[in-house]
Structure formats: C-alpha cells, structure tokens
Design a protein around this ligand. Structure first.
Ligand SMILES: NC(=O)c1ccc[n+]([C@@H]2O[C@H](COP(=O)([O-])OP(=O)(O)OC[C@H]3O[C@@H](n4cnc5c(N)ncnc54)[C@H](O)[C@@H]3O)[C@@H](O)[C@H]2O)c1
Length: 280
C-alpha cells in the first residue's frame, strides 16, 4: 500500500461527518489502495459524541483507516493534511431558507437520478448534466449538454426525453426544492446524499475528470457565460492535476441565460449579506 494521506473532516460528530467518515475510510474517495489518517474536528461539547464515532470506526475495521486523530483544536486538525472536508457548521432546519443559515455560518467559514429514471437507464449511463448557480431554490439543472446511453447508442438527453415542458418545468423545480423536501420528510437536513456529493467532488479533484466528461462545482466566477465575476458559482468544470477549469463555449439559449442570471443575482446578494455579517 501507498503512504497514508491525512484527511481532515470538520463537524465529524455531525450527520454528514458520520457518513463521510465511512465513505473515506472504506476507500470510496481516495481509492482502495490509499490508506488515510483521519483528522476529525468538532467543538468541545461534542467530544463525547466524537469519541463514539471513533469507537465505531474501530468496530467497522475500515480497510483504509491507518489512524484517527479526534480533536477540538483546529491547529491539530489541520496540521500536515493533504485534503479537507469543511462540514462543521449549523444545518438547515424545517422552514429555514439557505439565507437564514448565512448569518449563523459565515463566521465559521448533481442530478442524474431523475434523468436516468425518466429514460429507464442506470445513472452511470448519463453524463454532463449541469447545475448552474447557487445550491438553492434558484439553482438551474440543465440537460441541454448532457448525453446518455440508450439501447447501446449515445444520444442527447434532451432529444431522448423529448418533453420540453417537463425539462423546463417539473424537472427544474423538483431539483430546486429537493433540499426542503428532504427536510420535510426527515425533519433533518440531508446528510447521506450531501456526504456522497462531497465525496464525489473530492474524488473528481483527486483523480481528475475523464476525456469528454465534466462535473458541476461551485467555483470562483471569472465572468464566463456573462455571469458576474467574483462570486462562488456552480459551473461545468473539467479537472486536471487537481486544478479546475470552467468548460467554455457551451451554447446558451435565452431561457438558460435567464435562469443562470437569476441564480447569479441571488448569489451576489448572499455574498453581500455575508460580507455585511463579517464586517459587523
Ligand atoms: N450542500 C448540501 O447539500 C448540504 C446538505 C445538508 C447539509 N449541509 C450543510 O452541511 C453542514 C453540516 O450539516 P450536518 O447535517 O452534518 O449538521 P450537524 O449539526 O449534524 O453537524 C454539524 C457538526 O459541526 C460541528 N461544528 C459546529 N461548529 C463547528 C466549528 N466551528 N468547528 C468544527 N465543528 C463545528 C457541530 O458540533 C456538529 O457536530 C451545515 O452547514 C449544513 O447546512 C449542506
């Protein structure tokens, strides 16, 4: 086996942390041949809970876990690490909008399932669905540039679904409202799917994207696609040598641009709110 890498997970005693620890420790993120030393950070009152998580890590005999450092000291948690999942903060509760979280959290610091169900194919046969914008009710899931394997042929998802009303209506709104729907059903914010998404992001960064594939990530906007510069915005990106590049030149129609602009406007407002909180 290779030398172990040090991976920090903050908020490790929380819901998302609980799923993340398992996924990282089982080899699903950095590969089954890469041992990891887990640096688990949480706040002092959560140390007993974190100790329970450590007991379970030990009981699971996770194949990739070489050692575990559980701490409430960020200096210890972030020492010599190669990668970090910054999860520690306050989750959204029923009735809360994302904006409500900003004031609380600012100081501390994808959507193929529906398409594959509509086409009756496995999720692995759908690629390049884009989420533009914010992770909120203005996010814009866009299948215009996506392709799928149907009956052994690679086809455009838009042409295969052939349902403009669905793709511009129900599909978008159900993705936009998914977070709230999970909270309404679980009475808790999503955790397993959030941890899976974080792990997918980390694996994409670690391994890079394969030829012809892109993934959506919230990255610092450089003004591509006529969107405002200087906000964190979800773009289609490719990744090589752990560096992301925004995919350029995708044709954007009026409908898409309007959706993308709406999410950008909200992100600019959130950025300004966050700056105001910091300056308080
Ligand atoms: N993007 C998404 O899809 C998505 C989905 C769900 C949750 N979230 C966000 O992820 C975060 C964590 O959610 P959760 O459900 O795991 O919450 P949780 O309350 O179960 O866990 C959060 C953990 O963070 C710890 N924590 C708080 N402040 C900390 C600090 N300063 N340093 C280290 N640890 C700290 C808490 O003690 C707790 O153990 C929240 O901000 C939530 O809004 C995002």
């Amino acid at each position: 086996m290779a030398e172990p890498i040090r991976v920090c997970i903050t908020g490790a005693a929380g819901q998302i942390g609980y799923s993340l620890v398992y996924m990282v420790g089982s080899g699903a993120v950095f590969g089954p041949d890469t041992p990891v030393i887990l640096h688990l950070l949480d706040i002092k009152p959560m140390m007993t809970v974190l100790n329970g998580v450590c007991m379970e890590i030990s009981d699971c005999a996770l194949p990739c876990v070489r050692d575990v450092i559980a701490t409430d000291d960020p200096a210890v948690a972030f020492k010599d690490i190669e990668s970090a999942f910054l999860v520690g903060s306050m989750p959204r509760k029923e009735g809360m909008e994302r904006k409500d979280l900003l004031a609380a959290n600012v100081k501390i610091f994808k959507v193929q399932a529906q398409i594959s169900a509509k086409l009756g194919i496995p999720v692995t046969d759908v690629k390049n669905v884009i989420i533009w914008g914010n992770h909120s009710s203005t996010q814009f899931p866009d299948v215009r540039h996506a392709s799928a394997i149907v009956n052994g042929q690679t086809v455009s998802v838009y042409d295969a679904i052939k349902d403009d009303a669905f793709l511009k209506g129900e599909f978008i709104t159900s993705v936009q409202k998914r977070g709230a729907a999970v909270i309404a059903a679980r009475k808790l914010s999503s955790a397993m799917s959030a941890a899976k998404a974080a792990c997918d992001h980390m694996r994409s960064i670690w391994e890079g994207t394969s030829e012809g594939h892109f993934v959506s990530m919230g990255v610092f906007s450089d003004g591509s696609y006529n969107l405002p510069e200087g906000v964190m915005y979800s773009f289609p990106v490719t990744i090589k040598d752990k560096k992301w590049s925004i995919v350029q030149g995708l044709p954007i129609d009026d409908f898409a641009q309007e959706m993308m602009d709406k999410s950008a406007k909200e992100l600019c407002e959130e950025r300004d709110d966050a700056i105001a909180v910091c300056e308080d």
